[in-house]
Design a protein around this ligand. Structure first.
Ligand code: NDP
Length: 336
């Protein structure tokens, strides 16, 4: 099997030298295991965190260990009950083209939807958007929501589900093309280009102009300048599900500064609530998510966009590009 391992930990922004492509003999599946041929792999922002040896909610990938990640594939050989060659499955195989996995760690894919949806709109990222919005955001009809990384799998789920619930939705994305996509395809009311924010003050003014009734929910995906522009526009009793802060992931620890005392004051005077969440704590709710959202995807109420890179060997470049906004939609790598 071919696999991509973490060759070294990044010291600053991640580079090609931090990855290595290797070949490994797999052998045959043991009792309870299956051999999988991977067909498509998900690239996600959280993988950047796994490359650092810093205290976090999950263990880092070991140096020389296979990069962590979710994939879809087809069972080639089975030594487990209830799963047969030809079955399509999702599993955390890591960045590779073949893997041996325990059958109990795999999820069978539903028929009737493209298999890659299990990596995006109907997989972990879509679930993250749905969970954070419904459980922490507590959306109410007529309210205003802001979400950045608006065309990605998390942001596009948040915005479309909020529209479905009758909210006004303002997206923030990188570049005119992504902003047009958020409005035209995903049905956002408006979308602002964060590359056009000259500083935090300008972000505040532009976001304020787009949200004349203030912001009730800010779904936090990016932090940085966007967060600084959003906070002064939050309404009393506003809610902030803290999902991610991608503006800080690949900076090598040099996050943009922000004024904590000011932020704290605004939390107090506005009686706001901000809550972080990690989706892996909540997979008991995954069936409820699928029950609610899969029909909305099937009938076209919730749309999705995928960006497909070709070949395992191109995964590191696609990953580095995604961290800078080079992806247009859910970043997937097709494994041939
Ligand atoms: P995306 O596919 O949206 O990719 C990331 C996007 O972030 C880029 O395309 C880019 O979009 C945007 N971005 C990058 N840098 C900046 C910046 N400096 N300022 C503003 N935007 C930036 O990713 P996902 O939908 O998979 O993930 C979105 C967020 O959700 C991430 O922060 C991720 O870590 C988080 N997440 C959290 C989970 C949890 O359990 N808490 C689970 C899953 C995801 P653009 O070009 O539009 O700016």
């Amino acid at each position: 099997a071919k696999q991509i391992v973490l060759a070294s930990r990044p010291n600053g922004p991640v580079g090609r030298e931090n990855f290595r492509l290797e070949t490994k003999e797999l052998g045959a599946p043991d009792v309870g295991e299956v051999l999988i041929k991977v067909t498509a792999m998900s690239l996600d922002p959280y993988m950047r965190g796994r490359m650092d040896d810093a205290k976090s909610y999950a263990k880092p990938v070991e140096v020389d260990g296979v990069m962590e990640g979710g994939t879809v594939g087809e069972v080639l050989e089975s030594n487990a009950d209830g799963i047969a060659p030809g079955d399509k499955v999702f599993g955390m195989t890591g960045w590779c083209d073949h893997a041996i996995m325990r059958a109990k760690d795999l999820r069978k894919l539903p028929d009737g939807v493209p298999e890659t949806t299990a990596l995006g709109v109907l997989g972990m990222p879509g679930f993250t958007g749905w969970y954070g919005l419904t459980e922490i955001g507590e959306p109410k009809e007529g309210e205003t929501l802001v979400v950045a990384a608006a065309t990605g799998p998390v942001g596009s789920m948040v915005g479309q589900y909020a529209k479905h619930k009758g909210l006004k939705v303002i997206g923030i994305a990188g570049g005119e093309e992504k902003c047009a996509h958020a409005v035209e395809k995903f049905g956002f009311d408006a979308c602002l280009d964060h590359r056009g924010f000259s500083d935090a003050k300008d972000a505040r003014a532009q976001i304020g102009a787009a949200c004349p009734d203030g912001i009730d929910i800010y779904f936090e995906n990016v932090a940085g300048k966007v967060l600084e522009g959003v906070l002064p526009n939050m309404n009393t009793f506003g809610r902030i599900p803290i999902c991610g802060m991608i503006a800080f992931y690949d900076t090598g620890g040099t996050a943009e500064s922000y004024d904590l005392p000011k932020f704290w004051r605004s939390m107090l005077v506005n009686r706001m609530r901000a809550q972080g969440f990690i989706i892996s704590d909540h997979f008991d709710r995954f069936p409820a998510f699928l029950k609610d959202v899969a029909p909305l995807v099937a009938n076209g109420t919730i749309k999705f966009t995928e960006d497909v890179a070709e070949g395992l060997e191109n995964a590191p470049d696609a990953f580095m590009s995604m961290l800078k906004g080079g992806n247009f939609g859910k970043q997937i790598v097709r494994i041939s």
